[in-house]
Design a protein around this ligand. Structure first.
Ligand SMILES: N[C@@H](CCC(=O)N[C@@H](CS)C(=O)NCC(=O)O)C(=O)O
Length: 201
């Protein structure tokens, strides 16, 4: 199988961390592409007609896309248990919180890095940042027991979201007021799977 991805993408990182945590990297070749909303990469577009990454080609059907579909597929493939039945709805909500923070963070990156300066909307950036802070607060107030529990895709998604905030939006200082979450992340990011997928650029 091939994972069409970019090293900076937090959505791709979710899949890459799962591959390492579940020892499935041997079955998947990571294919690096450079894609953007304005200039979709042809390989990314061939696998996903909406042009987004990550996508996963597989032997027995069309390519899968959207990180959540890919991680469910890889989890089910070896019965890894990263979407446990016992607290599935909690895990999915924690994962969705991380994904939603990524949506806003990537959207801020596109706004500030890809548009001409006179077109950048500070209102838009602030509105997206408010969503990210909403996510941090919800995680810290409601989900720390879950985050400190057995490893699931919920934690992986949150860690990849926070890692992306450090990569692209460090100056916003998400840690302020979210010290408990920050302490959790300081420990989680030391996992081999996180270190191996850490991107600086
Ligand atoms: N919901 C999707 C989001 C994927 C996504 O937005 N990926 C970004 C890169 S981080 C992308 O492909 N951007 C190119 C574009 O929007 O055309 C997922 O979970 O996979």
């Amino acid at each position: 199988m091939k994972l069409i991805m970019a090293a900076a993408s937090p959505f791709a990182r979710k899949v890459r961390v799962l591959l390492r945590e579940t020892d499935q990297l041997k079955d998947v070749k990571e294919v690096h592409v450079a894609t953007s909303p304005f200039k979709p990469d042809p390989t990314a577009h061939a696998a996903n007609p909406t042009g987004r990454i990550p996508s996963l080609t597989r032997p027995d059907g069309p390519a899968l896309y959207d990180s959540r579909v890919i991680t469910r597929y890889l989890d089910a493939r070896i019965d890894a248990g990263f979407y446990p039945k016992a607290n599935l709805w909690d895990v999915l909500t924690v994962e969705a919180t991380g994904d939603s923070m990524m949506d806003s963070a990537v959207s801020i990156s596109y706004e500030t890095r890809m548009r001409a300066e006179h077109m950048i909307s500070t209102d838009w950036v602030e509105a997206q940042w408010a969503k990210i802070i909403g996510g941090c607060k919800a995680l810290q107030n409601n989900w720390m027991t879950n985050l400190n529990g057995p490893l699931t895709m919920g934690q992986i998604s949150v860690a990849c979201a926070l890692g992306y905030l450090d990569l692209r939006h460090d100056s916003h200082n998400w840690r302020q007021g979210h010290e408990t979450l920050a302490t959790w992340f300081a420990s989680f990011k030391k996992r081999d799977s996180m270190v191996d997928t850490h991107f600086v650029g």
